[in-house]
Design a protein. Structure first.
Lengths: 371, 332
């Protein structure tokens, strides 16, 4: 909306000559002190009311319930007050706006809660040895300071690396087909990529187990895990890469073709380099998805207690699998060595995901990949 | 204009303008072929997944027949004569997914509307990033947090629901054990569904024609009136499609559910009570003890069921989004 509300022609005259009461001019989007006061007043009064009833009068307790009651009471009080001041139409409008805002901002609560809880619990048992030692000869009863997850970290790096080598070329090729070549099967390929992104991770694991271990008689290995992970990464990479390629200006393609380059040369030397930073984002987002996957690893790399540098032979550990197995050894009880090891692993895992995510955002900020 | 300089030049060395060849060079044909092959890998993989799951589940399906889908029990040691099936497991999978959707759909619609219509322009991008970050948190982390941190807090809410809304059948319990319930699993799964549904709905809402929105406001509508009469009807396809994509994700959720739920093989409608199941979690939990022959084949059959279920839901979802007015320009 480009109407300038400060335009003098739209304002009511300051003093009406014929003595009629003029309503003050009002900008619909403007924030009035009145509104802020009503908002804060409703928040404080509902907080006091809920505290009195919830904590003192009713036999209820618990922070989560308190928060829910407070939000509901606040919305009710706010609606009643705005209705008194501005009428029912405005009251409904503002109630919805505030309610939607609370829900959206409320999404931060679980996110922050997860990060804080995992980091808090993980830092408890974090030692340097966690990154240097494996679990060879460590019994589950030994304290969490014994042993470490070096074997899991190495396994995760190798498996995700191999999965990248498999899925990134295929994913970007598929994206090139969907956006640059636009052949007869473009719609079909897009549907398949969408369908593939919905494949549950456990099914990817079962499939690799059925084809790689049962059909071709290989044993558990990091490579089998990488195959399963690349099934999960491929659609993420393909979809994100396609979105990025779509942002490359058509003028660049046409300029290249007009200069006489063949299509492959245009894609290889103009389109892909232009989209480079966005493609890096696509790859990193795929990595972030793959590094935390647990379910397919149970039936492909199986997990082990000792360091296995070779991803092509023998069972291999990885961070999510380490966390899962330690959680099971801990038996769901708080404070056991298994619990502490699981949370230290979870801490390392979430740090990796956070770092990957931040790198992806930084790369994604360059000029061609931002909308 | 016969004497234009260009025309004179062109006619001077040849009989007419150069013929434009529409034939692609060999290199370009190879390039198109390679790209098409890359695209078809997705199809081949999907086909192979279906094929190999079918091959491996034949043994179990031959023993159990169609009763595989109607039997609730799954004895620890499967033999040729045991009764086993996934009725209870599928029932709880759908139950948890529906609980997750009941929470996630309203939250996703509200968040998507907030990002697309209500939020100040400066915080739209950070908010989108935060929603994406929720999607990047591994399922394992959700499970640990849900089990150790959220569950003790949710038990109070479960008790309250049971005490005050206990007349509704699903809120009844037969024994007062409120941990590891489908309700708590559903709440945790809903957090994983929200980012997926939100991103689809946000895309759709932001495609609403500016002219229609301005027309609603110019007619004197409030912002809520504009959203209710223009944005929501326009985005209805995206809302349905986004919810179904979320359903697909919720059905396939493995580790978080495996951590929270305590496996149960009898069908019970009490969502607040301990005990539930999910196909994916069941496979993950039973895999290590299901070596060889029939037990493994039965798990493969369960995996095949899950694969077909999620595939169907996802294909219908993308069909709905791409056929709706709002989603025609959107890929999900």
């Amino acid at each position: 909306m480009s109407v300038d509300l400060d335009d003098p022609g739209l304002q009511a005259p300051p003093d009406s000559p014929n003595g009629h009461v003029e309503l003050a001019p009002m900008r619909p989007g403007a924030l009035r002190w009145n509104d802020v006061a009503i908002f804060l007043g409703a928040a404080v009064s509902s907080l006091s009311l809920v505290w009195l009833v919830y904590e003192r009068l009713a036999p209820t307790s618990g922070a989560l319930g308190f928060l829910i009651c407070w939000v509901l009471t606040f919305l009710l009080v706010y609606w009643i007050v705005v209705r008194e001041v501005d009428g029912p139409l405005v009251a409904t409008d503002k109630l919805v706006a505030v309610g939607i805002g609370i829900v959206a901002v409320g999404l931060l609560v679980p996110l922050v809660s997860i990060l804080v809880y995992i980091i808090y619990q993980g830092l408890h048992a974090l030692t340097v040895g966690f990154f240097l030692r494996d679990m060879t000869g460590i019994s589950p009863q030994q304290p969490a300071s014994a042993g470490g997850a070096a074997h899991a970290i190495v396994g995760s790096l190798e498996q995700v690396g191999l999965a990248l080598v498999i899925s990134v070329p295929i994913g970007i090729t598929a994206a090139v087909y969907m956006n640059e070549v636009r052949g007869r099967m473009t719609r079909a390929v897009r549907t398949f990529v969408n369908a593939m992104s919905g494949v549950p991770s456990i099914v990817a694991g079962l499939f690799i187990y059925a084809i790689w271990l049962l059909q071709f008689h290989h044993s558990f290995s990091g490579f089998a895990a990488a195959l399963a992970l690349s099934i999960l990464m491929l659609p993420t990479v393909a979809r994100t890469a396609e979105e990025v390629l779509r942002l490359v200006p058509d003028g660049l393609r046409e300029a290249s073709l007009a200069l006489g380059s063949p299509e492959w040369r245009t894609t290889w030397s103009v389109v892909l380099p232009t989209a480079r930073s966005g493609l890096v984002t696509a790859v990193i987002l795929g990595m972030a998805r793959a590094v935390g996957e647990t379910a397919p690893l149970i039936m492909t790399s199986f997990g082990t207690q000792t360091m296995n540098w070779n991803p092509f032979s023998g069972a291999q550990q990885s961070l999510p699998l380490f966390v899962w197995q330690q959680y099971q050894l801990g038996g769901g009880a708080v404070g056991t060595p298994g619990f502490l090891r699981a949370f230290t692993g979870a801490f390392a895992l979430i740090m990796v995901v956070l770092i990957l995510f931040v790198i992806a955002r930084l790369f994604g900020r360059s000029k061609f990949s931002s909308r | 204009m016969d004497d234009a300089p260009g025309a004179a030049l062109a006619t001077s060395d040849a009989a007419g303008p150069r013929a434009i060849s529409r034939n692609r060079t060999t290199a370009d044909r190879v390039y198109r072929g390679v790209a098409a092959a890359g695209g078809m890998v997705t199809f081949v993989v999907l086909f192979l997944i279906g094929l190999f799951l079918v091959i491996r589940s034949v043994a179990a399906l031959q023993v159990a027949g169609l009763k595989f889908f109607t039997t609730a029990s799954w004895p620890p040691a499967l033999t040729e004569h045991s009764q086993f099936g996934i009725a209870a497991i599928v029932y709880y999978t759908v139950e948890i997914a529906l609980i997750a959707l009941a929470i996630a759909v309203p939250v996703s619609i509200a968040t998507a509307l907030f990002i697309a219509e209500y939020a100040p322009r400066q915080i739209r991008k950070p908010l989108t990033s935060l929603v994406d970050l929720l999607a990047a948190v591994p399922s394992l982390i959700y499970g640990l947090w849900g089990f150790f941190y959220l569950q003790p807090k949710m038990v109070g809410i479960s008790e309250w629901l049971n005490m005050h809304l206990g007349f509704i059948p699903i809120f009844q319990v037969t024994e007062r054990l409120f941990t590891s319930s489908p309700f708590i699993a559903g709440v945790v799964v809903s957090l994983m569904v929200v980012p997926i549904s939100t991103s689809v709905m946000r895309e759709v809402f932001s495609q609403t024609p500016q002219g229609e929105k301005e027309a609603a406001l110019a007619l004197g509508g409030t912002r809520w009136g504009m959203v209710r009469k223009v944005v929501l009807p326009f985005g209805v396809g995206g809302m349905i499609g986004g919810s179904m994509l979320g359903l697909g994700r919720a059905l396939g959720e493995t580790i978080a559910v495996a951590i929270i739920i305590s496996p149960l093989l009898t069908i019970s409608p009490h969502i607040l009570q301990s005990g539930g199941n999910s196909v994916a979690a069941w496979i993950a939990l039973r895999f290590s003890e299901s070596t060889g022959g029939l037990p493994l084949s039965a798990l493969m059959a369960a995996g095949l069921t899950l694969f077909l279920l999620t595939l169907g839901v996802n294909v219908i979802a993308s069909f709905i989004v791409s056929r709706s007015r709002s989603g025609s320009g959107i890929e999900i």
